[in-house]
Design a protein around this ligand. Structure first.
Ligand code: UN1
Length: 497
């Protein structure tokens, strides 16, 4: 069995207590990938002290040069895409075509960041006074503490880390304990690409033991967290008390709306991918299907047919459509929601149980499940399950569909299938989500656009695209008066009026 380490103060090292945890293949729980250091305050404190030295050096490196490092990381990731995807599937479970996409999202983010090194725009605007310039520009902030989830082991760490680094911050990252190997590889690539070692620190461990210390560390002014709304609330309270800049990316209860005039074959392909891709373990997963009366019955029948044919299995095997859930407690959570749904009067149309067929018995597999007759406002319809469970709600009109879509506490993504162009644009305005797709499922955001949600999905920040660079940098304004006289703003220009 392989032993993996933290990367702190420019060295690979064990936890000082020697404590470890195991990284287990969710498709086959006897396959132990390796042991990782179970870190706590001691490791986090050392990592932060080192990151402070890294910051002092990195903030003086010109942004285009920082970008060159990230371009080389993109090149290395491209060259090793296949090898990285394979190890990601082994630790996370989703099929290879999905982990390849996950790596690609990292590559896209690397190249975007590299080019941003030659932009990082500020503004130069006229001054109201003569011979005076007024401009804004971006400054790095300090040490960025990143806490990342299991479902996108590469994409999410990169879309936090690369903009943070490009802006001139140093980074301490605590990846999810279910997928610690992917970020280990990412750190190796960063070092190979020439990132000065103290600019990046990798601390493995559990959220309560390592992540919490990082979030509370007084020398870490910047926190980015992706995970549950419940944990996000605690992170938010701490950061609020300590006046930290915080980006939160949390839960979703995303809906796809299919109206009577929709292209049903297209919608069918869309919902299969949106609901059961990544075994439903995406913040963007389609977990509600809102069907208009006229298509409800035919659509559900066709969908149930297609769902029952989805092939469960090891994500590395040819032909696997749906991989395992990440761990046993994820399976138990999905199981609990079967009880919740039935108690609320919904009906399981297909699926509904742990999958125990031959070859699956050693993994965390659950049958792709469709609930029909789900009532708007019920727990099944309101709460994030993070598994292969789709709840179907029947509505009469488009307006009712929009109301059902909006009537949840989350607001990440939504999707509308219709051929009515007016309605499509109305949906963009009226659906309360950070992202709305027309004639495409709720998943599939691209790296160069802002990503995030409204209401309890986020706290107003966006990841990805151009907006994330504002989160990881601070605006500074400079005024240069070259008139050689004292010029008083608001006064001298207006004194004769
Ligand atoms: C997530 O679900 O946590 O839009 C991230 C998507 C992916 C990213 C999802 N590009 O589905």
């Amino acid at each position: 069995m392989k032993t993996f380490q933290n990367f702190i103060a420019g060295r690979w090292a064990d936890a000082c207590t020697g404590a470890t945890f195991e990284n287990i293949n969710p498709a086959d729980t006897v396959d132990v990938i390796g042991t990782f250091p179970r870190s706590g305050a001691e490791e986090v404190n050392r990592a932060v002290a080192s990151a402070a030295r890294g910051f002092a050096q990195w903030k003086r490196t010109p942004a285009p040069v920082r970008g060159d490092v990230l371009r080389r990381v993109g090149d290395l990731m491209s060259a090793r895409k296949e090898e990285i995807a394979a190890l990601m599937t082994r630790e996370m479970g989703k099929p290879l075509h999905e982990t390849r996409g996950d790596v690609q999202e990292g590559i896209d983010t690397a190249y975007y960041a590299a080019s941003e090194g030659r932009r990082l725009f500020g503004h130069t605007v006229p001054s109201e006074l003569r011979d005076k310039w007024a401009m804004s520009f971006r400054r790095p902030i300090g040490i960025a503490g990143l806490v990342t989830p299991f479902n996108f082991p590469m994409a999410i760490p990169t879309w936090k880390m690369f903009p943070a680094l490009l802006c001139g911050n140093s980074v301490v990252i605590k990846p999810a304990e279910d997928v610690p190997q992917t970020v280990t590889v990412l750190v190796e690539l960063l070092l190979e690409a020439g990132l000065p070692p103290e600019v990046i620190q990798l601390v493995h461990g559990h959220g309560e033991e390592a992540g919490a210390v990082l979030v509370q560390h007084p020398d870490v002014p910047l926190i980015s967290f992706t995970g549950s709304t419940e944990t996000g609330r605690i992170v938010g309270e701490i950061c609020g008390r300590m006046h930290k800049r915080l980006s939160l990316e949390m839960g979703g209860k995303n809906a796809m709306i299919v109206l009577n005039d929709a292209d049903l074959d297209l919608a069918l392909d869309g919902v299969l991918w949106g609901a059961f891709g990544t075994t439903g373990q995406r913040c963007t997963a389609t977990s509600r299907l809102i069907l208009q009366d006229g298509v409800h019955d035919t659509f559900v029948a066709a969908l149930a047919q297609r769902v029952s044919k989805l092939r469960l299995g090891d994500g590395r095997a040819e032909g696997t459509d749906v991989g395992p859930l990440i761990n046993e407690s994820a399976v138990e959570k999905v199981e609990r929601y079967m009880g919740v749904g039935l108690k609320e009067g919904a009906e399981v149309r297909t699926g509904g149980r742990r999958a125990t067929a031959k070859g699956l018995e050693r993994g965390h597999f659950f049958e792709p499940t469709i609930f029909v007759g789900v009532k708007a406002g019920s727990r099944l319809e309101q709460e994030e399950i993070f598994g292969p469970v789709l709840s179907v709600v029947r509505v009469r009109t488009a307006d009712e569909a929009f109301t059902v879509n909006n009537d949840v506490r989350y607001g990440l993504s939504s999707s509308l299938y219709t051929r009515d162009v007016n309605l499509a644009f109305r949906a963009l305005n009226e659906l309360d989500n950070g992202i709305t797709y027309i004639n495409a499922p709720t998943i599939g955001a691209e790296a160069h656009l802002p990503f995030g949600g409204v209401k309890q999905t986020g706290n107003g920040h966006r990841e990805g695209g151009w907006e994330v660079y504002e989160f990881y940098s601070e605006t500074k304004v400079g005024y240069v008066d070259f008139s050689g006289t004292l010029q008083r703003a608001q006064i001298d220009t207006y004194q004769h009026r």
